[in-house]
Design a protein around this ligand. Structure first.
Ligand code: AP5
Ligand code: MG
Length: 220
């Protein structure tokens, strides 16, 4: 059965890392709003041009275009069939309300909303060492998860780069934006009893194992 999950957490907590593990485990489609925006920027589309300045400064892209962009993917047949793991969306209460309305229309419900949590020093360490593959999006860390060959992706030989918004200034701003705009989304889901808090400050495999157990996942 297709699973539908939302991953929420501050920058660098490991949303992308756990989304990949959960997607491999369940077959559900990973949908990262940040990754989609970065692909639009790379392709120099109208949406990418609009989003770039917001992202580079660590601010949120306006709700309207973000909701439209994510709903386009949620309505695709592939998503309907496989289910989804939303990473980085919803990020405002308005986005969460819009998602609920959309899922109601589709007559489906979320199987879980996962709040990934880790201490600030762990988060900053993760963000400052992150490397991402320009070709396949695989995520590495210079200390926690280094590639076998410096600067090259183990999976596809693509070049590894530091993300444009992983500067100290943008990281600071993203953390502030999380507290102001996204922490209320956790309250929104907690109020309806749908929130599952996970200690994401541990090794990736440990976090993944707890998710697997708490979500009762056995196979794809
Ligand atoms: P987005 O791309 O979503 O960035 P983010 O929320 O800041 O989160 P990150 O991708 O930085 O971190 P992550 O939690 O995925 O961690 P990761 O797994 O990579 O959004 C970027 C921007 O797009 C936003 O700032 C905004 O401008 C815009 N945007 C996106 N969505 C939006 C929305 N809905 N509305 C409006 N604007 C939106 O891990 C980080 C590092 O740690 C990696 O190096 C990894 O290898 C390592 N690591 C991960 N887990 C572990 C572990 N357990 N142990 C050790 N190391 C670990
Ligand atoms: Mg991410």
């Amino acid at each position: 059965m297709a699973i539908r999950l939302v991953l929420i957490g501050p920058p660098g907590v490991g949303k992308g890392t756990q989304s990949k593990l959960l997607s491999e485990l369940t077959g559900a489609r990973p949908l990262s709003s940040g990754l989609i925006f970065r692909a639009e920027i790379e392709a120099d589309t109208e949406l990418g041009q609009l989003a770039k300045d917001y992202i580079d400064h660590g601010h949120l892209v306006p709700n309207g275009v973000t909701i439209q962009m994510m709903f386009k993917r949620l309505r695709q047949e592939e998503t309907r069939q496989k289910g989804f793991i939303l990473d980085g969306f919803p990020r405002t209460v308005r986005q969460a309300e819009a998602l609920d309305e959309e899922l109601d229309k589709e007559q489906v419900t979320l199987d879980g909303v996962i709040s990934l949590q880790a201490p600030l020093d762990v988060i900053v360490h993760r963000l400052t060492g992150r490397l991402g593959c320009t070709k396949c999006g695989e995520i590495y860390h210079s200390v926690n998860h280094p590639p076998h060959r410096e600067g090259l992706c183990d999976k596809c030989d693509g070049f590894l780069v530091v993300r444009g918004d992983d500067t100290p200034e943008a990281i600071r701003e993203r953390l502030v934006v999380f507290e102001e705009a996204t922490a209320p989304v956790l309250d929104y889901y907690a109020a309806t009893g749908r929130l599952m808090a996970i200690d994401a400050g541990r090794e990736s495999d440990e976090v993944g194992a707890e998710l697997k157990q708490r979500l009762n996942l056995t196979c794809a």
